[in-house]
Design a protein around this ligand. Structure first.
Ligand code: GUN
Length: 282
């Protein structure tokens, strides 16, 4: 059972992005810019935003973090995002989720200028993805596609099954697999007889947010299993949506948790920032 590790893929993406940044700087006299907006002090969000900033700097991307306390008002945050929308040095803007519960989550999808929406959360960009039009693509699902490409796993004509229908992962994941010519089965919490569908998958992507949901009974012999879940179990150990230990010998390849899909999100965010910069300058 091959372990599809993120590390070599992240290294390859970083090299590629650094090269694109150098060419962008030579052509336009400035670095691509990424702004990360953080509201509150959710510990995971603080860690993620710090990592995003460090990764940006490491590949030569100009980086700014704009931080707000938990007490900040929605209008203050919106005003800051509007300023970033107009800032010529900034090409990509990311508002770290979750945002405070008293903020309007639906309205927040429209805050970032679609041209700078490196998360691909704005309905314009979601629509472009659905319509197969060129544009920014969401980071985590792109990271999954990049892992498949790196390890030489073809997608066209294969039966892929996505478990989970979140706007951040499940829905765009199914769209990207379809765009890559897979036959896509899309399962979710209301799916009857989940196993019957997941067992048809040659590529099984699990993004259900449920630790250990996928067991040996869900997986066909020789399938490629991609685990997007990340949880901490009762013993404090990081685990995914797939009970990986129980799958031994069944799949041909699997992404471990940690060290599989997780690190790809930030790598693809860097790639998206350069793509947004190139598109804005073209
Ligand atoms: N919180 C957890 N993952 C993400 C992500 O990909 N983007 C944003 N903006 N917030 C997140």
């Amino acid at each position: 059972m091959q372990q599809l590790l993120a590390k070599p893929v992240v290294e390859a993406v970083h090299l590629e992005v650094s090269d694109r940044v150098s060419r962008f700087k030579a052509k336009h006299g400035r670095a691509p810019g990424l702004a990360v907006v953080l509201v509150g002090d959710d510990p995971a969000s603080v860690i993620y935003t710090t990592k995003k900033g460090q990764a940006a700097v490491a590949v030569g991307i100009h980086h700014e973090t704009v931080e707000f306390s938990t007490q900040s008002s929605e209008s203050e945050v919106i005003a800051a995002v509007r300023k970033l929308n107009l800032n010529p040095k900034i090409d990509g803007i990311l508002v770290q989720r979750p945002i405070p519960k008293n903020f309007d989550a639906e309205a927040s999808l429209y805050w970032v200028d679609p041209a700078k929406d490196v998360d691909c959360f704005h309905p314009i960009n979601v629509g472009k993805l659905a319509a197969g039009l060129p544009g920014l693509r969401p980071c985590t699902p792109m990271g999954v596609m990049r892992i498949l490409k790196h390890y030489g796993i073809s997608v066209a004509g294969k039966t892929a099954c996505v478990v989970g229908r979140s706007n951040i992962v499940g829905k765009p994941m199914a769209a990207l697999l379809l765009e890559a010519n897979a036959t896509v089965l899309h399962c979710h919490s209301q799916t009857k007889d989940l196993m019957k569908l997941t067992r048809q998958a040659e590529i099984l992507v699990v993004a259900a947010g449920k630790p250990g949901l996928v067991t040996a009974d869900h997986v066909a012999k020789g399938a490629v299993v991609i685990d997007v879940g990340i949880h901490r179990n009762a013993a404090g150990k990081v685990c995914g949506d797939v009970d990986a230990a129980a799958l031994a010998g069944i799949p041909s390849a699997i992404t471990p948790v940690p060290g599989g899909v997780g690190p790809m999100t930030i790598a693809m965010l860097l790639a998206n920032t350069v793509t947004a910069a190139e598109m804005r300058e073209s």
